[in-house]
Design a binder for this molecule. Structure first.
Ligand SMILES: Cc1ncc(COP(=O)(O)O)c(C=O)c1O
Length: 396
């Protein structure tokens, strides 16, 4: 019986060529997964990956990426979600209930704080900010309702590197679960699980993707019971990722260590050059002496991301800083980092951390953050030099 073309195109006789064994992972895309029998339908369990059940719960492509990200982080199980922020939300929703409290560092990624302020609050979950540079104060803050401690190393934008082992010890002593936003470390700079951290999330959007063309997040654990809680919430929320996106990350993963090292090298060269400029009051890069938490970075890390901030001196006006940023040509203005293109963002510290008088000494002045891409270091330095002249006068 001949079939209509529409039917033929759907029920195509294609099967992967037998014996096709290539290192590149195939891109599998499906909502429906066909079961060969009722017995198979009843016996497959999406939670334990005993087989494929429905596209939302994984395909060979996403299972492979989960395994590789778990291995990258030194964990055993991974759950993929559609963005880094969704990964934060998944951890919060899986672990917190009405009446619970979550503690966030005062330099936490801004949208994570907004999530707590606006969404968690509506579910009766409270949050407080703690100073990540003061482990003793954190220990004193932990109360009977504290269930979750978020960590970030270094903190977003202001780049203070905390004493992670001391913060983890304070949480463990009180039975509080710890979750690290490891987007900066990317599984390369340090091994978070070795520090006793329970959950490690990452915005795969940054280093693992590396192309600036994918949004994705991961949540990794070493604890099967914790993973099952995360997995159940993941299923209830329907947070699947697309096969094409997973494939892009899989394709970029082999070059992750090379890209991380190259961006680190260029980042340190530019940071050192900027720190020596008279316009710059303070460098915020954890690999440099004089940057807050440098000793903790040295004790914990073998590398640094190509991401840093500088404080331009208070004697300059905000308009001069804006003119400097506007004059940059290779550094493009925009959020995110770890892609091939260098990026720059001037931040409004007053909105983020309060007025100057209330901020720590290293945060006086005008903050500009740089994300170093894969361009040649000398070209980026020349770009900074010409923009400094436009913004602040003087000579390059
Ligand atoms: C430290 C950190 N965590 C999480 C995220 C969120 O990632 P996404 O943009 O994929 O939601 C970002 C994004 O900038 C980030 O910088």
């Amino acid at each position: 019986m001949s079939r209509d073309l529409a039917t033929e195109l759907i029920h195509h006789a294609y099967a992967p060529p037998p014996g096709f064994d290539a290192p590149q992972v195939g891109v599998h895309k499906a909502s429906t997964v066909i079961f060969p029998s009722v017995a198979a339908l009843r016996s497959r369990d999406w939670r334990y990956k005993s087989g494929y059940t429905y596209g939302l719960h994984g395909t060979p492509t996403t299972f492979t990426l989960e395994e590789r990200i778990a291995a990258l982080e030194g964990g055993t199980q991974c759950t993929l979600v559609p963005s880094g922020l969704a990964a934060v939300a998944l951890v919060d929703q899986a672990l917190l209930a009405a009446g619970d409290e979550v503690l966030l560092p005062d330099n936490v990624y801004g949208p994570s704080r907004e999530l707590a302020r606006h969404e968690l609050a509506r579910w009766g979950i409270t949050h407080r900010l703690y100073d990540p540079m003061d482990a003793a104060a954190l220990a004193a803050m932990i109360g009977p309702r504290t269930r979750l401690l978020w960590l970030e190393a270094p903190g977003s934008v202001t780049m203070e590197f905390p004493d992670l082992p001391a913060l983890v010890a304070a949480a463990r002593a009180r039975g509080v679960t710890t979750a690290l936003d490891n987007t900066w470390g990317a599984g390369v700079a340090f091994q978070a699980f070795e520090l006793g951290i329970d959950i490690v999330m990452q915005a795969l959007t940054k280093f693992p993707s590396g192309g600036g063309d994918v949004l994705m997040g991961s949540v990794v654990t070493r604890d099967a019971a914790l993973h099952e809680r995360l997995k159940l919430t993941h299923m209830h929320l329907g947070l699947g990722v697309a096969g094409n996106d997973a494939e892009l990350v899989l394709r970029s993963l082999p070059s992750l260590p090379l890209r991380y090292a190259a961006q680190d090298r260029t980042g340190r060269q530019l940071a050192a050059w900027l720190a020596a400029r008279p316009e710059v009051r303070q460098l915020l890069h954890p690999a440099f002496e004089g940057s807050p938490g440098h000793a903790h970075w040295r004790a914990t890390c073998s590398a640094a991301a190509g991401l840093f901030s500088v404080m331009f001196d208070e004697r300059y006006s905000a308009l001069q800083v804006d003119a400097f940023v506007d004059a940059l040509e290779l550094f493009k203005m925009g959020y995110s980092w770890a892609g091939p293109v260098s990026l720059v963002v001037p931040y409004d510290l007053a909105a983020m951390r309060g007025e100057a008088a209330a901020r720590p000494a290293h945060l006086r002045g005008h903050l500009v953050r740089f994300s170093v891409g894969l361009e040649a270091a000398q070209d980026l330095q020349a770009d900074l030099a010409q923009a400094l002249v436009v913004g602040f006068g003087g000579t390059a």
